[in-house]
Design a binder for this molecule. Structure first.
Ligand SMILES: Cc1cc2nc3c(=O)[nH]c(=O)nc-3n(C[C@H](O)[C@H](O)[C@H](O)COP(=O)(O)O)c2cc1C
Length: 159
């Protein structure tokens, strides 16, 4: 790999999202940058998730999730959900729509999804998710992954 690969990878634009998951009993949420729309009809989103995350267990068991769009001022929320903590859902307001997966009420917008299928992608899994419902919750400019610096500690992962 080029020694500049970390800096070069940041040239690929990504956003900042909180992915809400539930198995029907337990709820969790994690920060994700690797999210993209991959189909118009049906409307499908792809989420790249590390299968070692606790959230992956809940995603697999429940088959539902939400994609919550963070605003540019919500850097601290990205940081909070970007780290594991058994109590990390506390202190935030949550709501649900059709699937029952947790929606972060202070996000700019959400997409309520059912998992369609998974694909292998190296050390991650790609969850292909069908959008069941979506809504804007407030006005604002979306957070960009490039603005989060090394919040995810990924600089070590390119070595
Ligand atoms: C800015 C940022 C972006 C991230 N993007 C992803 C991502 O796209 N996919 C992923 O699996 N983890 C991503 N992470 C890491 C997870 O959010 C982190 O490992 C989290 O602790 C997982 O939550 P859990 O252990 O409670 O399931 C990102 C973290 C940060 C801070």
């Amino acid at each position: 790999m080029s020694e500049n690969i970390e800096a070069l990878s940041k040239q690929i634009s990504h956003g900042g999202y909180v992915i809400g998951v539930t198995d029907g009993t337990y709820q969790n949420a994690f920060t994700a940058a690797w999210v993209m729309q991959v189909s118009f009809n049906p409307l499908l989103l792809a989420i790249s998730i590390n299968p070692e995350h606790y959230s992956y267990q809940l995603l697999q068991a429940g088959g539902v999730c939400t994609v919550n769009v963070l605003g540019q001022e919500q850097y601290a929320i990205a940081d909070h959900f970007g780290h594991s903590d058994k109590d990390k859902m506390m202190g935030f307001q949550w709501q649900t729509d059709k699937t029952g997966a947790p929606i972060l009420s202070e996000s700019l917008a959400y997409f309520d999804c059912e998992v369609s299928h998974y694909s292998d992608a190296g050390d991650h899994k790609i969850a292909i998710c069908k959008v069941i419902s979506a809504a804007r919750l407030k006005e604002g400019h979306p957070l960009l992954y490039g603005q989060t610096g090394d919040m995810d500690g990924s600089s070590d992962l390119y070595k």
